[in-house]
Design a protein around this ligand. Sequence first.
Ligand code: NAD
Length: 247
Amino acid sequence: MLKGKVAIVTGGTRGIGFEVVRKYLSNGAKVILFGSRQETVDNALNKLKEENQSWEAEGMCPKLTDAKEVEEAVNKVKEKYGRLDILVNNAGISQNTPLYNYTAEEFDKVIDLNVKAVFYAILPAAKIMKEQGGGCIINTSSMVSISGQPAGVGYPASKFAVNGITISLARELGKDNIRVNAVAPGVTKTDMVAALPEQTVQAISARIPLGRAGEPEEVADAFLYLASDMASYVTGEILSVDGASKA
Ligand code: NAD
């Protein structure tokens, strides 16, 4: 479904991002994953090589909250591969801090990675995509971008912002043949959820109409669809993959 396409996936070393990388590679894309540390990038690349020697994957570690480093990394991809078809902004952190314990620094931290870094990657990527005649940007939102959450207000605030970026840029960049969408996962079995107490996960799962948390592979399928030509007329969409959690 993605034969010959070149994709960047941020936070591609584990969790949902890693499954997106695998899914894109197995569908014929060349993938450059952006991770936070060389060690985790190398581990992810080794795992991928073990699975399939012929997959074309490489990794880079720009500091995602540094606009200049991100611009340089994105431009390097264009220099090496001649194009950039897909940008997946997936790296993110969550927060659960009650308001009265919050600090301004903690709030800034989630906004810096979940919102500003998304913008920093889109800026150079969209310029490349415009020049080559089109492309596709997929951001990672969350079900809390619709329902909010009862603690850690910085996290839903960041994902509401991701939706705003997605819908607004879909309107602005349509004329350049750049589609901009987001995937909004529900509770998905990654390290982010493993960090929560088991009781909390069980209580959340019991309220999900499908009766279970999602698998990272199930979320990655939405990223594959949105990146593919099957979604050629889909832009400005926030695609929920959440077992109807917010219903
Ligand atoms: P995860 O913690 O397993 O993975 C997060 C990824 O982001 C990792 O690859 C990590 O290296 C990267 N990352 C974190 N901080 C970084 C930094 N400062 N610089 C560069 N990379 C950094 O989480 P996940 O569950 O796979 O989450 C992926 C995305 O999905 C996030 O944007 C998250 O908000 C969103 N999401 C997850 C869930 C869920 O239940 N797991 C639900 C809704 C939305």
